[in-house]
Design a protein around this ligand. Structure first.
Ligand code: NAP
Length: 315
């Protein structure tokens, strides 16, 4: 029986682990299938305070992990597959073990949203990618398209210009959603091109060559066209990894877990932090902050359960 189990090891989960370990809760941390989560596929974080020259996502993960372990957090390579939050202690069924715990911090992150068009699954890893840092290198001097108009699409598109001969952004509207500073950089970059008011309706290619093109549909004129490309990078948002909590925790219509400003979910003793409960900021630093708050709340919850005093000032 654990006091607190943290599910997920992105910035939210590992920061929660540091705080919970320092509070002597001996947190058990389930790493999930991709330890470190999405931050590990970010080549350089230039906006995480304390690293004036930037830090790679993988290095940040390693540092946070080492820090959590230094204070006694137990990282276990296991992935939660179902939970029972209706009875106490809570139960977490994972691939390797069944765990029981008084409190849970959910920091399972999110996965890239898929386009859901013909060719997408067929050419995944053969020209279709959701990660410029991972796959950009393979497109040296080649033509690629980026789908989406948000910060991710433009930031990753700019990164791809390091390798690719050209990066064509395909966006379903006539203006980008991305922040102005990214837009300015993108419009000033000679390798970046834009196809407006258009969606990818099919990814074209063959088994040997992989991706060779995309079929586009103009959403206004309904005209269909084809564009040659060697790669398709898709950045159209994320889906929170909250399936195993469905029906047990309050969520919004997109599957985001609803928390109050103290990271508390609809079940007392269950807290959530990071992309699973935040689709507004989705930054490593905001996730880390939420993880710290969740751990402090878990500490308070355990103290109340055990009838001991919480040392801080939370109500
Ligand atoms: P996002 O802001 O939700 O943008 C998704 C983009 O994909 C939008 O342009 C959207 O079009 C488009 N889209 C969605 N579904 C589509 C579909 N089925 N077909 C075609 N296009 C589709 O997602 P994000 O770019 O991943 O960013 C998520 C959050 O992380 C944001 O808050 C962002 O500010 C933050 N972020 C920040 C940074 C940074 O600060 N450096 C970097 C990355 C992400 P519409 O515009 O028409 O809706």
């Amino acid at each position: 029986m654990e006091d607190v189990i943290i599910i997920g090891t992105g910035p939210a989960g590992l920061t929660a682990a540091v705080y919970a370990a320092r509070a002597e809760l001996n947190p058990l941390v389930l790493t999930g299938d991709t330890p470190g989560g999405q931050v590990t596929i970010t080549e350089a974080l230039d906006n995480f305070p304390g690293f004036p020259d930037g830090i790679s996502g993988y290095e940040l993960f390693q540092n946070m992990k080492n820090q959590a372990e230094r204070f006694g957090a137990k990282l276990v390579t296991d992935t939660a597959t179902s939970v029972d939050l209706k009875t106490r202690p809570f139960k977490i069924q994972a691939r390797e073990n069944l765990y029981q715990t008084q409190s849970i911090i959910i920091s399972t992150g999110s996965d890239p949203r898929k386009l859901d068009v013909p060719g997408e699954n067929q050419f995944a890893g053969k020209g279709v990618s959701y990660c410029a840092t991972c796959d950009g290198f393979f497109f040296r001097d080649k033509k690629v398209v980026v789908v989406g108009g948000g910060d991710s699409a433009i930031e990753e598109g700019l990164f791809l210009t390091k390798f690719a001969a050209s990066v064509t952004v395909i966006h379903r509207r006539d203006r980008l959603r991305a922040h102005a500073h990214l837009q300015n950089r993108a419009f000033a970059n000679k390798k970046m091109k834009f196809v407006w008011d258009s969606v990818v309706s099919e990814i074209l290619g063959d088994k040997q060559q992989g991706v060779q093109g995309v079929r586009l549909k103009n959403v206004n004129s309904k005209d269909i066209s084809e564009l040659e490309t060697d790669g398709v990078f898709i950045f159209i948002g994320h889906i929170p990894n909250t399936q195993i909590f469905k029906g047990q925790l309050d969520m919004d219509e997109t599957g985001i877990i609803i928390t109050d400003r103290r990271q508390r979910t609809s079940v007392p003793g269950v807290f959530a932090a990071g992309d699973v409960q935040d689709n507004l900021y989705r930054q490593a630093v905001t996730s880390a902050g939420a993880g710290a708050a969740a751990a402090m709340e878990a500490e308070k919850f355990i103290a109340e359960l055990e009838g001991t005093a919480y040392p801080g000032k939370l109500e």
